[in-house]
Write a protein that binds this ligand. Structure first.
Ligand SMILES: *Cc1c(COP(=O)(O)O)cnc(C)c1O
Length: 377
């Protein structure tokens, strides 16, 4: 575990982002996505704060293990948990968890659907169905809906608790000719098939961050934000200017300078001997791929005390070299703090853009070696 390298999480910024979300979508209920350890921010503290302070009542996990951990750690609190992809209904012991701990499996194929309908003990259990409206990943395809309906009728079930679908291209511009528009049209047509068969659809959702940022598909009861709750826009670089999102990054990734030394043009530094292009200073920071800090063989620039420094040379497991041209040791004193990203969402977006990646990955890949520290000012 690191000491001076930490991910500080300011929960009051989660509150600020949630308020901004409600301003953008005043009529929607929120199903807050906290899969992958709340995008690396620590699922249990995030959900505890979201339930007790923000009043959020519904959360989305990807795996049954995540959902169980939430119930175990927060068993004094009341909230719904959906398990999205890794549901494992085929194991008897797992089926029991859903029933006994009230975890809602998102049903997206016929085998799981048949299983739920066949079980007496699931008879009154909320039925959450996911349909494929054009992402071609998980979900019932449109041609399967008549079969879904006839099976519901046969099992004497007249309600779907939550009908959902997922958008494949909401990080791009959504207009009348976009793939998202087509997906939403397909979603509505599948919903209508259910309604026309007198199946009650109690809740519905399709909007993820990209759709929310463009105020798209807000006529459904629910929205399912992930990334924007943690701060950054999810939109592609080319169209970020159209985003209505103004949230701030709730975390700050801070490390420190282990050592710094002056370098001369032509010096070779670190693994593989990266050659210094002009005189300057190199700071060694306490963050490497063992912490989940990976630059993907790119050499991104990071701002420090108002000046740009560049990640130099190859990866290290335990540290990274940051090179500041034309500077000397007085600029990066050993022991001083070094921030990789702060609360300005541009920090992590700029870093992701330069490494051909997305902010999601940088949040999620931080390893357990980086302690998460929480405050709520
Ligand atoms: C992850 C996920 C979301 C949230 O996506 P963001 O882009 O982070 O907002 C919503 N719905 C489903 C099904 C997801 O898997």
């Amino acid at each position: 575990m690191r000491y001076k390298t930490r991910l500080y999480v300011d929960l009051s910024l989660l509150g600020e982002n949630f308020q901004k979300l409600k301003d953008l979508c005043p009529h929607n209920e929120v199903l807050f996505m906290v899969k992958a350890n709340a995008y690396g921010h620590g699922m249990v503290p995030i959900v505890r704060y979201a339930v007790t302070v923000l009043g959020i009542k519904e959360f989305g996990c990807a795996t049954l293990g995540e959902a169980r951990e939430l119930r175990d750690e927060l068993n004094d609190l009341q909230f719904e948990i959906y398990v999205f992809s890794d549901i494992h209904l085929e194991f008897q012991s797992c089926a029991e968890f859903y029933l006994n701990r009230r975890l809602i499996p998102v049903i997206s194929n016929m085998a799981d659907f048949d299983f739920i309908l066949s079980r007496e003990d699931f008879k009154n259990f909320p039925l959450c169905l996911k349909v494929d409206s054009g992402m071609h990943r998980l979900g019932f395809r449109e041609h399967q809906i008549p079969e879904v309906i006839s099976k519901l009728k046969k099992a004497n079930r007249s309600r779907v608790f939550h009908l959902m679908s997922h958008l494949a291209q909401s990080t791009a511009v959504i207009d009348a000719n976009s793939h998202s528009a087509l997906q939403y049209k397909n979603f509505l047509s599948m919903k209508k098939m259910l309604l026309d068969a007198n199946i009650v659809v109690e809740r519905s959702s399709i909007a993820n961050s990209g759709a929310i940022e463009q105020q798209f598909a807000l006529a459904e009861t629910h929205i399912r934000p992930g990334l924007i709750m943690y701060g950054p826009t999810s939109l592609n670089k080319e169209c970020r200017n159209i985003s209505k999102w103004t949230g701030r990054t709730i975390s700050r990734l801070e490390t420190y300078v282990i050592e710094s030394f002056n370098v001369k043009k032509g010096d070779a530094v670190g693994y593989g001997g990266a050659v210094i292009p002009e005189d300057g200073v190199v700071a060694l920071i306490a963050l490497g791929y063992g912490d989940g800090f990976s630059c993907r063989n790119k050499h991104p620039w990071i701002k420090h005390k108002g000046e740009w420094g560049q990640v130099l040379g190859r990866f290290n497991m335990d540290m990274a070299q940051i090179y500041f041209p034309k500077k000397d040791k007085s600029f990066v004193a050993h022991g001083g703090p070094f921030v990789i990203w702060g609360h300005d969402p541009q920090d992590i977006l700029h870093y992701a853009d330069q490494t051909d990646s997305i902010p999601y990955e940088h949040f999620c890949q931080l390893t357990v070696r980086v302690p998460r520290l929480y405050c709520s000012e």
